[in-house]
Ligand binder design. Structure first.
Ligand SMILES: [Zn+2]
Ligand SMILES: [Zn+2]
Length: 830
């Protein structure tokens, strides 16, 4: 620790110098590097009359602070309470080095250069939306960065997506090819400037520039921004380079234009996200609660899923094609200077100072072919999106790492992540206790992977559905990027038990290249991983009563699980209850065709009587084909057994004649939820719970270094297992449909019965085990009605309820649970 990179500022010491001084060492861990933390500490120390110094170390920053005890106290409390915008303090540790001294050791407070020894700085800030100060400059005609789309400072701008390796320093970012002009360099080197050590610092003289190309890749004349705005106004589709990749933008009010985008992108009904200029306009499009407003305006700038307004004012009627038949609209506010310029360009009628945007809303959807990863490179986008985009607004600041927008909805007055990506990744989640390095590969859909090291769990950005070669390529990209950038070399792996998942196959191929004795690996059951992800977030080890409710996950018996109540800890589980097994007619085809599951439930509920039901859902294929399917269900040919709650939702959607086919995962279930919104039903349909006669799996299989072992035993000694049979409900629903009862009331009653039956199971589990903690995870909990009602009822019954907050409840959170299961088993083996 030699040279000081900042100036020593003379300290205004107490002239009387009659009080005692103390010297403290203060260690701050968290995201405290590359976020303006040291200059902040420096200024704060001066304000509190402290001397000493601050320096980065591999875990964070270390401060030596010297002064009066009171001053040190107020310094620490301000440090904790109002740290720099982008920092995240995880822990502050204090140690008194000297006390009751008559004079000081240090005569000033200094910023020292980073320690170069040891492992490099290990935390990277996510990308963050442009800050208020930069926006003010952006629209100030007298500022040297007036209308400059790459303005940023230490409090905002790109981070994760431009960093190639650590330490976080300009030569290791995609800004390396731009050398700073004297003005920018001056700011960069001045500790009292907002751009001190802001690695992406740039200006129109020295920084990146925009370029606009037509659909064939030919440069278009004129100002790229102004022309882009005019193209958008005339209904054209423009591909825009953003922070973590390209977006396709189009005027969201223009039905023709949105339709054209859908056709060209070959995206049938999956909702498209909107970008809206300001909060006032967001209110005109969706109904926002206070907390939703906070989330939409947060610096992470996620896409917020809000209930759409039934009566949007003139000019804010979003085109039907944006989200056909969907109760939700995804909205985000602008988050890059470029977005703000599109919405508020002063030369085309925008007015930032008076908050008057040019557009009511723009569709802002990932720039990709359906289901493929978001494009990030200029050449890549020209190749992939020619034929979709009418123009390409490019620039020459490369994106090193792809990162999609994050998506959040609000459940029970709390943010619930649907997709954790831009703005969040790669900030770690902090675990309660240190664990070994584990690499967890996640699931198949909405894949993310997770890497743990000590108390930190690094979740990757959203990778997507591993169902095509480009997405698998992105997955491999992310695995190698994370291990390299954090310099980790995990020897313990965790994967889903489903043999056909691409993430599992990826591991199996990797495994063949490893020496058998050199690693450990755990195949983690899907629904167990879901619940353990909740334990990981809440710093618990269990046991807990876990309600793991989703569409599909590979069961220990090879069946398609999905409605599972597990008594579990972080290493193993007992399958306490599950939805009754039913055939899944046609296997995965049933996921896209909810009528198939309706058929399965109806034949199960009515026996041969299904033939005389005369319901709409039984008319999707010819009677002869239904007979064939009936026999297939009996013989089990291409009809695996399933206990999925997602499939029960599908069946109900089809029986209620809301949806017989789904064009994206969860669509039918979402429509059942939509029907029940705001509907109060006193109907409580019947269900039946019975004891399971089958032998259940008490031990969790563990593959360790290629050897199959039986795993750890659950502390709670459990023999009982239960099966929940919803066929009585199906009979009641059919009765309701035949009598012409309101579909909304029936949908509400369906939600009621689920909650009734769940609370009964939770109570039985508590009676038998004495466990009072309940954890909810799995994609079905994205259903607000189900989640809010069940959580309220659990609380009324004295249960302690927890669910995912920092990772998605859907399969996007699986990797965290997998990692913790493997880590726990590894620790037990030590
Ligand atoms: Zn800024
Ligand atoms: Zn410059």
């Amino acid at each position: 620790m030699k040279s000081a990179c900042g100036q020593h500022h003379a300290l205004k010491l107490d002239p009387m110098n009659n009080s005692k001084y103390r010297l403290e060492k203060i260690e701050v861990t968290g995201i405290v590097q590359g976020v303006g933390f040291r200059p902040f500490v420096h200024n704060l120390a001066n304000a509190h009359h402290l001397s000493g110094h601050v320096v980065n170390n591999p875990n964070g920053v270390v401060i030596e602070a010297e002064g009066k005890a009171d001053d040190i106290e107020s310094f620490v409390s301000e440090l904790r309470g109002k740290p720099p915008t982008l920092s995240r303090i995880y822990d502050i540790r204090r140690e008194v080095l000297k006390t009751d001294r008559a004079s000081r050791l240090y005569d000033s407070f200094a910023i020292q250069t980073s320690e170069r020894e040891g492992k490099p700085v290990t935390l990277i800030s996510p990308d963050v939306c442009v800050c208020k100060d930069c926006l003010r400059e952006l629209f100030d005609p007298n500022d040297r960065r007036y209308l400059y789309p790459f303005i940023n400072c230490i409090n905002c701008g790109p981070r994760f997506t431009i960093i190639q390796k650590l330490p976080y320093d300009r030569p290791f970012t995609t800004m390396q090819s731009f050398s700073m002009c004297p003005d920018c360099k001056g700011e960069y080197e001045n500790p009292s400037d907002r751009r001190f050590h802001a690695q992406p610092n740039a200006c129109p003289v020295c920084g990146p520039q925009l370029q606009l190309l037509d659909g064939n890749g030919k440069a278009l004349p004129g100002d790229p921004l102004l022309t882009s705005i005019e193209l958008l106004r005339s209904g054209k589709i423009v591909a825009l380079k953003g922070l973590g990749g390209f977006h396709l933008a189009v005027d969201a009010i223009n039905e023709e234009a949105v339709k054209r985008l859908r056709e060209r992108k070959r995206r049938e009904e999956k909702p498209l996200a909107l970008m809206v200029g300001n909060m006032e306009a967001v209110h005109k499009i969706v109904n926002l609660s206070k907390i939703e407003e906070e989330i939409a305006g947060s610096r992470e700038r996620p896409i917020l899923l809000g209930y759409r307004r039934k009566d949007p004012p003139e000019g804010y009627q979003v085109a039907h094609s944006v989200a056909p038949d969907n109760p939700y609209l995804g909205v985000t506010l602008p988050y890059t200077p470029l977005h703000y310029l599109l919405f508020f360009h002063p030369r085309l009628g925008g007015d930032y100072a008076n908050d008057k945007p040019v557009f009511a809303a723009l569709v802002m959807t990932s720039g990709n072919m359906s289901e493929e990863p978001i494009c990030k490179d200029n050449e890549e986008v020209l190749e992939t999106l020619s034929g979709i985009a009418d123009a390409f607004l490019l620039h020459n600041r490369d994106i090193h790492v792809r990162c999609d927008d994050s998506v959040i909805n609000v459940v029970n007055e709390k943010a619930s992540l649907i997709r954790r990506s831009r703005g969040f990744a790669p900030a770690p989640l902090f675990l309660h206790a240190p664990v070994p390095q584990v690499l967890a590969f996640g699931g198949q859909l909405k894949n993310t992977m997770c890497l743990t090291d000590g108390k930190r769990a690094f979740m990757s950005q959203y990778i997507g559905d591993l169902e095509n070669v480009p997405t698998l390529g992105f997955f491999e990209e992310a695995v190698s990027h994370f291990t390299q950038i954090f310099e980790l070399n995990p020897k313990i792996f965790a994967y889903d038990l489903h043999p056909e998942y691409m993430s599992t196959r990826y591991f199996m191929e990797l495994k063949d290249q490893l020496e058998e004795s050199s690693f450990g690996a755990v195949g983690v059951q899907h629904h167990h991983a879901h619940i353990v992800s909740v334990l990981a977030e809440h710093g618990l080890t269990g046991p807990v009563i876990g309600f793991s409710m989703d569409g599909t996950g590979y069961g220990l018996d090879g069946a398609v699980w999905g409605g599972e109540v597990l008594i579990c800890d972080a290493a193993t589980f007992h399958r306490f209850a599950h939805l009754d097994y039913l055939p899944l007619p046609g296997g995965t085809a049933a996921i896209r065709e909810p009528w198939r599951m309706a058929f399965s439930y109806l034949r199960s509920a009515f026996g041969e009587g299904w033939k005389s039901l005369n319901l709409e859902c039984l008319k999707k294929v010819s009677p002869a084909q239904l007979e064939v399917l009936d026999q297939a269900c009996d013989s089990g040919i291409n009809c695996p057994q399933t206990s999925s709650l997602g499939r029960l939702f599908d069946a109900v959607a089809s029986i209620l004649t809301i949806r017989h086919y789904s064009s994206f995962e969860g669509q039918a279930a979402m429509m059942v939820e939509m029907l029940a919104v705001g509907e109060n039903s006193n109907l409580h349909f019947p269900y039946h719970i019975r004891k399971d006669s089958l032998e259940t799996f008490d031990r969790y299989p563990v593959i360790w270094g290629n050897i199959l072992e039986s795993g750890h035993e659950l502390e709670v000694n459990l023999k009982d297992s239960f099966i929940v049979d919803y066929t009585p409900l199906i009979r009641a629903l059919v009765e309701g449909v035949k009598r012409g009862k309101s579909k909304s009331k029936l949908a509400a009653a369906f939600h009621n019965i689920l909650v009734d039956s769940f609370i009964e199971i939770a109570s039985r589990a508590r009676e038998i085990t004495g466990i009072n903690d309940v954890a909810l995870s799995g994609g079905c909990w994205q259903n607000r009605i189900l989640s809010e009602r069940f959580q309220a009822l659990l609380k009324d019954n004295g249960f302690n309820v927890m669910t995912n907050q920092h990772v998605p409840v859907n399969d996007g959170g699986l990797a965290l649970g997998q990692a913790l299961v493997a880590a726990t088993i590894a620790l037990e083996k030590d």
